[in-house]
Design a protein around this ligand. Structure first.
Ligand code: ADP
Ligand code: MG
Length: 209
């Protein structure tokens, strides 16, 4: 099995739904250590993404990545818009003109997205950001592919690692983003961006299953 542009569109529509269902929770997480807008930001962005993908269906995964990235950069304020926007823009560039992505191809595009987030936000593992969910997800994905797993199995491994990475942010003291202004008081709270990233990988796994 490969990831076609239709599969990837279904993934993003499913992510839109899950973000919408969890909008309040994501915003509550951000109210504890940020400015109480992460769920609102992500719901606004993914609603615009769904409108965009429905209005003009992209022809390739590369076109899809670029359309999604541009939409997020232009509709979401705050840190998460440029970061998720960069993720998808880099995903699109890495996907190139391929008609569909096989397991290594999807992994390479996702990793290009992660590299873009790191380049833009300068976040490292342990800084209590979305990188804490995204980086382990991609490592698990690549390890699964290297050991011969299917694209669906690799995505499931990524989803499990993203959820564990999200949970790992709870005890951390934030070193990036608004939460870092709180210093030690940011500990004992889950990072909202890691929670939305865990949904991103959970919906990818469900879509590919
Ligand atoms: P804002 O912080 O501008 O209000 P959001 O609330 O939408 O934006 O998103 C906050 C999330 O963005 C954080 O929970 C964190 O995961 C992520 N984030 C913030 N700064 C960075 C960074 N430098 N690198 C990676 N992720 C970051
Ligand atoms: Mg916020």
């Amino acid at each position: 099995m490969t990831a076609t542009v239709q599969t990837l569109t279904n993934w993003l529509l499913s992510f839109r739904d899950v973000v919408e269902e969890n909008k309040q929770w994501l915003t509550e997480l951000d109210s504890a250590i940020g400015d109480a807008d992460h769920g609102i930001n992500m719901a606004r962005g993914m609603s615009a993404v769904a409108d965009k993908l429905t209005a003009t269906a992209p022809a390739t995964p590369g076109e899809l990545g670029k359309a999604v990235g541009m939409t997020l950069v232009t509709t979401v304020g705050g840190a998460s818009g440029p970061l998720y926007g960069t993720f998808f823009l880099r995903f699109g560039v890495a996907a190139g003109t391929a008609e569909e992505l096989d397991a290594p191809g999807l992994g390479a595009a996702l990793r290009a997205g992660l590299d873009g987030v790191v380049a833009r936000g300068k976040g490292e593992i342990g800084d209590k950001t979305m990188v804490d969910a995204m980086a382990p997800a991609l490592d698990a994905y690549d390890a699964a592919v290297a050991s011969g797993s299917s694209i669906a199995e690799a995505a499931s491994a990524a989803a499990a690692a993203a959820a564990a990475g999200r949970d790992s942010t709870v005890p951390l003291v934030a070193r990036k983003g608004r939460a870092s202004y709180l210093g030690e008081r940011s500990a004992d709270h889950m990072d909202p961006g890691s929670a939305s990233t865990a949904f991103l990988f959970a919906t990818l796994a469900e879509t590919l299953r």
